[in-house]
Design a protein around this ligand. Structure first.
Ligand SMILES: [Fe+2]
Length: 140
């Protein structure tokens, strides 16, 4: 399954939307590579690129939250969600490094990435954008 970017995915914060489009592209590249039997390319090129981009993206969102002055509990909630994603990726990398990954590890990861991305954008970041718009120093 390929994720298609639509206006429904827009949060209304332009540079977050541009970063989300990049994430959609990288996750589509990963799932396409897997579907076409290019597992090594997925593992060695696309996933490291995705992992690096996600760190950058989470940093952007956490700075926006901090600069806008949203409630600390909201900012903490977003940081926890970011940590949960990073921990899942770390766990995947560990199972590959120590040889304990099972045969379904890559398809399971691909499914996880797709559903995570859609939830991250449609639920978590639409809420993030709403909180930023309503915050004392938020963007409107
Ligand atoms: Fe995001």
């Amino acid at each position: 399954m390929t994720i298609t970017w639509t206006t429904e995915l827009e949060t209304g914060i332009r540079h977050i939307d541009l970063q989300h489009q990049e994430l959609v592209d990288l996750i589509n590249q990963a799932t396409d590579a897997l579907a076409q039997g290019r597992e090594q390319e997925m593992l060695e090129q696309i996933l490291p690129k995705l992992a690096g981009y996600v760190v950058f993206h989470f940093g952007t969102e956490e700075s926006l939250l901090a600069n806008a002055g949203v409630l600390a509990s909201h900012a903490q909630h977003h940081r926890s969600a970011h940590h949960a994603f990073s921990a899942r990726i770390q766990q995947f990398k560990q199972t590959y490094a120590d040889g304990s990954a099972n045969a379904n590890a890559l398809p399971e990861l691909a499914n996880y990435l797709q559903s995570w991305l859609v939830d991250h954008i449609l639920i978590t970041d639409k809420e993030l954008a709403r909180q930023i718009r309503n915050a004392p120093r938020g963007q409107r």
